[in-house]
Unconditional design. Structure first.
Length: 353
């Protein structure tokens, strides 16, 4: 029904507008007990065989929502109703920012892909903190935990020079520390000018070392992961992974979107009209899978890897796990497959066992 009826209708409208509609619909559904129960019954699989012990936490299943969908932590709890075991909110920046000029989100149906140049648009860390704290208070009052595990993806404000970027990341980490289950340092988004330069060893250490120092003085331990680009050379990937193995960084998220346009079916004219942006979806699958395999070989079996990018089918998700990923994230795959995609992946994982 989704692919034949709902998706064709939605794809007639502006992609960013549809995204806002989706957030609004999820938020509304979360307020209605009957709908909450119906969504959970329809999309959630509870099976101990799906549980994963990763980053010192028990994930109810290994399928999560990637950063970018719930930028301001508005619907992370509601996303759990769709069968997701964890949700990564953000990318958040210290100050609110509008992001890049619109239009900035484009569908490529023939390629089962999306190009975006959102530019870390978000309402800032204070709004996200309010959203996270308000939801947690409601759940404490009910003496139950209904939200999935929450990761927080952090980045720098666009106007912050790279030399001052470590201060932005530290502000976010300090402010949101008690509100997230794990944190992802995003230094690989191609839609923020100069950001990917932070993936060099020198810059990356300047960003993560203050976070590690702050964590040492806290009563609770929050895992820190680094999100890497699929466009790095092997030498650049090695440098980023060495920061993980040489410090107390806990793991890797592989990968971000790509600037590559290889093998696309969309016409050059339409592609040129779209312009710059990070590509996600089917064309990224092979590159992301290769990065996951390579990262697992380089860092060994003990460091957690979250695979994201190009997970468009249940086969893709299983392949990422087989390649060494501990967890997988979806986003573009849900846009093309519908709200039941996480459930389908979970069923496929159980079939493999």
């Amino acid at each position: 029904m989704y692919k034949k009826i709902i998706r064709p209708i939605l794809f007639r409208f502006n992609a960013e507008r549809v995204h806002e509609w989706t957030l609004g619909a999820l938020k509304l559904a979360g307020k209605i007990p009957v709908l909450r129960g119906l969504l959970r019954a329809t999309f959630t699989i509870s099976d101990p065989r799906l549980e994963r012990e990763v980053l010192g936490m028990t994930f109810p299943n290994p399928v999560g929502m990637a950063a970018g969908f719930d930028k301001d932590a508005r619907v992370y709890r509601e996303l759990g109703m769709l069968g997701l075991g964890f949700v990564e909110v953000g990318t958040l920046t210290p100050l609110p920012q509008p992001g890049n000029p619109k239009p900035r989100l484009f569908r490529l149906p023939k390629d089962r892909a999306i190009i975006n140049r959102m530019g870390f648009n978000n309402r800032g860390m204070e709004t996200a903190a309010e959203n996270l704290r308000a939801r947690d208070k409601k759940e404490r009052d009910k003496k139950e935990r209904k939200k999935p595990i929450v990761g927080i993806n952090i980045g720098k404000n666009t106007l912050t020079p790279n030399e001052q970027a470590p201060a932005d990341y530290l502000k976010l980490f300090r402010r949101l520390y008690e509100l997230g289950d794990y944190f992802v340092v995003n230094v690989s988004c191609p839609n923020v000018a100069g950001l990917t330069k932070l993936q060099t060893t020198e810059y990356l250490l300047s960003v993560v070392e203050p976070l590690l120092e702050f964590r040492q003085g806290q009563d609770t331990y929050k895992p820190i992961l680094i999100k890497i680009s699929p466009d790095l050379t092997r030498e650049e990937t090695d440098a980023a992974l060495k920061v993980v193995t040489d410090t107390l960084v806990d793991g890797v998220v592989a990968t971000n979107t790509t600037t590559s346009r290889e093998g696309l079916h969309i016409s050059h004219k339409k592609l040129n009209a779209i312009g710059k942006g990070g590509l996600s979806g089917g064309p990224l699958t092979a590159r992301a899978l290769d990065t996951v395999k390579y990262a697992r070989e380089k860092i060994g079996p003990t460091y957690p890897i979250i695979a994201t990018g190009g997970v468009m089918t249940t086969t893709d998700a299983v392949a990422m796990l087989d390649a060494g990923a501990d967890l997988v994230q979806i986003y573009t795959g849900m846009i093309y497959n519908g709200p039941g995609f996480a459930r389908k992946i979970c069923k496929a994982i159980l079939t493999e066992k």
